[in-house]
Design a protein around this ligand. Structure first.
Ligand SMILES: C[S@@+](CC[C@H](N)C(=O)[O-])C[C@H]1O[C@@H](n2cnc3c(N)ncnc32)[C@H](O)[C@@H]1O
Length: 281
């Protein structure tokens, strides 16, 4: 069988299983199986595939079609900002909303060298993107998940940033010996009772600890705000990604804790998804 035929077959199976991005996913899966870029796959339409490659492709297509496993977990990476970030089922898959926050922070701190804390680093996508764009900066990345930190460290090594960041397995509730110019976090923020209504690809595959924000979704957000009061430097920034519809509540917690909003970032659907604030004395 040749590339063109296998892609057609994979596309059909995915489409019949209601995967909207069927052709794209088939191409991404095949590019992994034959170890070529997607563009090169498209240029290799008439190349003959081995039996082993066809079996491997069919196995991965079934994972996507039948179990709705996210494509990023199947190919073990996700493009984020300018990078290919490694992910597995212990890390959240980085989202485009988070890129908007990264973009704003890079713009704000251009030519400066902030000392950064990333709370709930997951794959490390946020802090690594920031540090790569700000080579004179340093940072600390924390997470309660040891396995997520292992992936973040691999990403750090791949991006050659080991000298700029320290990874620590700790909760935002624990003690810190430093103060930071920037505290950034994309915390878990989904209301616990809504977890069961999430898409199967999220519900069944992404780590619960990366999603579950407690009864009102704000458990970890509150902890980050309380701690930031103590460990954010004067004029420093707290950048928080929040869930859809949480703006008013989070805004109130921030103002109750002496934070003043500086920038709001909206997503592509015009919802406030990130609040960047500063401490007022
Ligand atoms: C929504 S994910 C974000 C991952 C990554 N920063 C990103 O944007 O893709 C939240 C992360 O917070 C971590 N986490 C949950 N509770 C935490 C806590 N109390 N302190 C530190 N990290 C926590 C989870 O393990 C998870 O990796």
């Amino acid at each position: 069988m040749i590339v063109k035929e296998l892609l057609k077959e994979g596309n059909k199976i995915l489409r019949n299983n209601h995967i909207k991005t069927s052709m794209l996913d088939a191409e991404i899966i095949l590019s992994m199986v034959i170890n070529k870029t997607r563009e090169n796959v498209l240029l290799s339409e008439d190349i003959k595939l081995s039996k082993r490659q066809i079996n491997h492709f069919n196995h991965l297509i079934r994972r996507r079609a039948e179990k709705k496993e996210p494509i990023a977990y199947i190919v073990n990476h996700k493009n984020f900002w300018n990078y290919e970030i490694l992910v597995d089922r212990n890390t959240l898959i980085p989202r485009p909303e988070t890129e908007l926050m990264v973009e704003k922070l890079i713009c704000h701190f251009k030519n400066k060298k902030p000392f950064i804390l990333d709370v709930g680093t997951g794959s490390g996508c946020i802090i690594l993107s920031l540090l790569d764009e700000m080579p004179d900066s340093k940072g600390i990345a924390i997470d309660v998940s040891f396995k997520a930190l292992q992936i973040a460290k691999k990403n750090c090594k791949r991006l050659n940033l080991l000298s700029q960041v320290k990874f620590m397995k700790k909760s935002i509730k624990s003690n810190f010996n430093y103060k930071f110019d920037l505290i950034v976090s994309n915390p878990p923020y989904i209301e616990r009772h809504k977890l069961k209504n999430l898409d199967p690809g999220i519900r069944n595959f992404e780590p619960k600890i990366a999603l579950d924000g407690g009864n009102d979704g704000l458990d970890v957000i509150r902890k980050v705000i309380y701690k930031s009061r103590k460990i954010l430097k004067l004029n420093g920034l707290l950048a928080l990604e929040i869930g859809n519809g949480q703006y008013k509540k989070v805004s109130k917690i921030l103002s109750d804790n002496n934070f003043k909003e500086k920038f709001l970032i909206k997503d592509y659907k015009d919802n406030v998804r990130c609040i960047i604030s500063t401490l007022v004395i």
